[in-house]
Write a new protein. Structure first.
Length: 201
């Protein structure tokens, strides 16, 4: 290769170096293009140079991630509370519906009981007893039980007194049941209507 050719290559390299932007010109171009703002938007203390401040940009990113995580946890907790409230409401509706339905059927059961007590025909009485037993089975599946009253001591929480008469039974002992009482689970569904003894005068 000739010396003249070498001189031409050297001159070209010098021309390129002279036209190449300086470091300050690079920074100015970054600002003009908006690149520097993007880099330093989350890092005011280090002016975009995260290596000089121990990586504060990374710290800001972690804080932002933690903030969104806390929001997600809060939303999840609110949703869980919403589901629990809805379940409680649904359970109350179910209990109210169950109670109302059974109360509608109790007069029918009362009528069957009265019919049994007045019926003389054994076959008819047997048929009525079968219907009464079927009601009792259905009530049991719904958590409903009939109170046992005759012979028990009067309790205002379970019984309503219709009359008090003299008898040889202890005072306040139930001697007759006029209308049956029922329990649903541990609650009184309907108070029993009873006659109690007031003892001997």
């Amino acid at each position: 290769m000739s010396k003249k050719h070498d001189d031409e290559i050297l001159e070209q390299e010098q021309d390129v170096q002279e036209t190449w932007p300086t470091e300050e010109e690079f920074k100015e171009d970054d600002i003009a293009c908006g690149l520097k703002d993007d880099v330093t938007a989350d890092c005011d203390t280090c002016s975009g140079d995260c290596t000089s401040c121990g990586g504060c940009c990374d710290t800001d990113s972690e804080d932002l991630a933690q903030k969104y995580l806390n929001i997600a946890k809060s939303v999840q907790a609110d949703f869980e509370n919403y589901k629990k409230r809805n379940k409680d409401i649904a359970d109350r509706f179910y209990e109210d519906g169950r109670r109302s339905m059974i109360l509608e059927f109790l007069p029918c059961v009362d009528a069957i009981e009265k019919a049994i007590s007045f019926t003389l025909d054994e076959q008819t009485k047997k048929g009525l007893n079968m219907v009464e037993n079927k009601f009792a089975e259905v009530f049991k599946t719904l958590g409903v039980t009939k109170m046992q009253t005759v012979g028990e001591i009067y309790n205002a929480n379970f019984h309503n007194v219709l009359a008090s008469i003299e008898s040889d039974k202890p005072k306040d002992q139930i001697i007759e049941e006029c209308i049956s009482g029922y329990m649903m689970d541990d609650c009184v569904l309907r108070h029993a209507q009873v006659v109690v003894s007031k003892g001997k005068e």
